[in-house]
Design a protein around this ligand. Structure first.
Ligand SMILES: CCCCC/C=C\C/C=C\C/C=C/C(=O)SCCNC(=O)CCNC(=O)[C@H](O)C(C)(C)COP(=O)(O)OP(=O)(O)OC[C@H]1O[C@@H](n2cnc3c(N)ncnc32)[C@H](O)[C@@H]1OP(=O)(O)O
Length: 292
């Protein structure tokens, strides 16, 4: 028995030695690990105290769980530090955000699907009810979830005329949840929302300006940033608590909807999106995007 033990021990020690030599050799031959690039950049201007939060998930800033988690953390951080305001924009020249990452909803295990949706719910709520002023500087296309992010800010400046924005969910065979609808309705009104959502219409920037989906159209990102700063500056003289409570009151319906219905909303999402027919639709939509 002792012999067996000794030889087993020698064997394992030998294996450990071999493994550690080969690990070291592998380390020498490996490239240095790629730097971890944040999916969301936050830069706070020293003078104005305004934070520029830049979505940075090339190529199209599709919203997956890690990006939404980072965005949620960034907003919480600004909240904790009593931020003066936030401008939400994109590092891409052509896309603000392509909306929810369809790969998070297609063929996804249930626990991941559930984590994805609850992260979206909580990040959305923290943006929508943030105590500080928020502006979307929309410097590219902004369909579906991208439009939701923009609608959740208090002011929208969009680079035009060539980019588009809207809630196009029905075109994909899915449904914009009630809180998406509330956001749209509060900005463009009931009638326009019904028309826009049932057709899944994407609006060009001039069309969006006409129906009030955006507040202003500019010709480049620098102009968008300047106008966004200007919007936030007007709050310098407004007492922050009065501002925050007023915003919460105006946005009460959306806030209460989410607070009271988080679990039901998740359940409805899970039931709908896991249906074979919807999965097939998402598969076909992904294929058309790839074929372009
Ligand atoms: C009452 C009950 C309620 C229950 C609710 C239930 C369900 C609803 C669930 C959710 C609501 C959904 C919200 C959404 O946001 S769904 C996403 C909708 N988004 C879109 O339709 C936009 C699709 N993308 C585009 O139109 C274009 O990409 C673009 C944004 C106009 C940019 O065009 P561009 O030419 O610049 O890029 P490409 O098209 O070549 O794309 C590059 C690359 O990215 C991939 N991609 C694009 N968009 C997405 C996406 N949203 N998700 C994942 N991947 C995306 C594309 O396939 C390309 O990939 P490749 O591998 O070919 O490089």
């Amino acid at each position: 028995m002792a012999v067996v033990y000794r030889s087993w021990k020698a064997l394992t020690q030998n294996a450990i030695l071999t493994r550690s030599v080969s690990n070291s050799l592998r380390l020498y031959s490996q490239k240095p690990p790629a730097p971890v690039v944040p999916l969301v950049n936050v830069e706070v201007d020293d003078k104005s105290g305004v934070a520029v939060v830049t979505l940075n998930r090339p190529p199209v800033n599709s919203l997956n769980t890690p990006l939404l988690t980072e965005l949620g953390a960034a907003i919480k951080n600004l909240e904790d530090n009593k931020s003066r305001g936030m401008i939400l924009t994109s590092s891409s020249d052509t896309v603000f955000s392509a909306g929810l990452d369809i790969l998070e909803m297609y063929n996804t295990p249930k626990d991941q699907l559930s984590a994805f949706w609850t992260t979206l719910q909580s990040t959305w709520l923290s943006l929508y009810r943030s105590s500080f002023p928020t502006v979307a500087a929309i410097n590219g296309h902004s369909p579906a979830g991208g439009c939701l992010l923009a609608l959740s800010c208090e002011y929208r400046v969009m680079v035009g005329p060539k980019f588009s924005i809207g809630l196009n969910e029905t075109q994909l065979g899915i449904v914009a949840p009630p809180w998406f609808v509330i956001c749209m309705r509060d900005v463009i009104g009931h009638r326009q929302t019904e028309l826009a959502l049932t057709t899944g219409r994407l609006f060009s920037a001039p069309e969006a300006l006409k129906i009030g989906l955006i507040d202003s159209m500019v010709s480049n990102k620098a102009e968008a940033m300047a106008e966004a700063q200007k919007f936030i500056t007007q709050f310098a003289k407004i007492p922050p608590l009065a501002r925050k409570l007023t915003k919460e009151s105006v946005r009460g319906e959306g806030i209460r909807y989410m607070e009271d219905n988080m679990i039901d909303d998740l359940q409805i999402f899970m039931d709908l999106v896991t249906q074979p027919k919807i999965q097939k639709g998402l598969e076909m939509y992904l294929a058309t995007l790839k074929k372009k």
